[in-house]
Design a protein around this ligand. Structure first.
Ligand SMILES: C[S@@+](CC[C@H](N)C(=O)[O-])C[C@H]1O[C@@H](n2cnc3c(N)ncnc32)[C@H](O)[C@@H]1O
Length: 187
């Protein structure tokens, strides 16, 4: 997770449009908001399939952002397999996924390989040149393993002229989370 946040810092600037595709408790959304928002500049779109996650993220951000910054965060309780049409193609700097389920939450609300793959393909249309998709995978449970496998297979098939794909994983910690980065080449 530290690695993901370090990478986000290199990619996201104030004024950017950024998506958190799995906002959960709001920790990642806050990290993204602190990079992209300043006064009226920048926009965040935060998604989660669970209403409790949206409420938790709202509360977490409200206490930590200015009123102006909070107004620049748009919340959507929905599956990330499609994105609202108000988010235009090739305008988004970073789309972040922190897959799996919330620790201590409902394990049945885990992300699913099928919808995750559909979502990542949709996210590729939204990313601007030089922008990126950051995906934290959790292969320590069966659906997470399937999800990671399918994402890796998808990335291996992407044109290197258009996309740079990189997978970071621990070599000496079995089943630990991994980070997949998909960056759109600058044209
Ligand atoms: C590991 S948690 C995210 C942690 C969060 N980023 C944070 O900083 O607290 C994964 C989240 O993905 C959400 N999720 C699972 N499937 C989803 C889907 N199809 N669309 C949107 N959110 C989904 C879950 O409800 C859960 O809140």
């Amino acid at each position: 997770l530290d690695l993901a946040h370090t990478y986000w810092k290199q990619i996201v600037n104030v004024g950017d449009i950024v998506i958190d595709a799995t906002c959960g408790n709001g920790h990642d959304t806050l990290a993204l908001a602190l990079l992209a928002l300043e006064k009226m500049h920048g926009t965040i779109y935060a998604f989660d399939i669970q209403s409790s996650a949206i409420e938790k993220t709202k509360l977490y951000l409200k206490n930590r952002l200015s009123d102006e910054e909070f107004k620049s965060v748009n919340f959507f309780q929905m599956c990330h397999s499609s994105f609202p049409t108000e988010i235009k193609a090739e305008t988004v700097k970073l789309i972040a996924y922190n897959l799996g389920y919330l620790p201590g939450g409902d394990k049945k609300a885990t992300s699913q390989s099928k919808t995750t793959l559909v979502s990542v393909k949709a996210a590729q249309d939204l990313v601007q040149d030089g922008g990126a998709i950051s995906i934290t995978c959790y292969p320590g449970h069966p659906e997470g393993q399937r999800e990671e496998n399918e994402l890796l297979l998808h990335c291996q098939q992407l044109s290197p002229k258009l996309w740079s794909c990189c997978h970071h994983r621990w070599l000496n910690r079995h089943d630990s989370p991994s980070l997949l980065l998909i960056q759109r080449q600058k044209t």
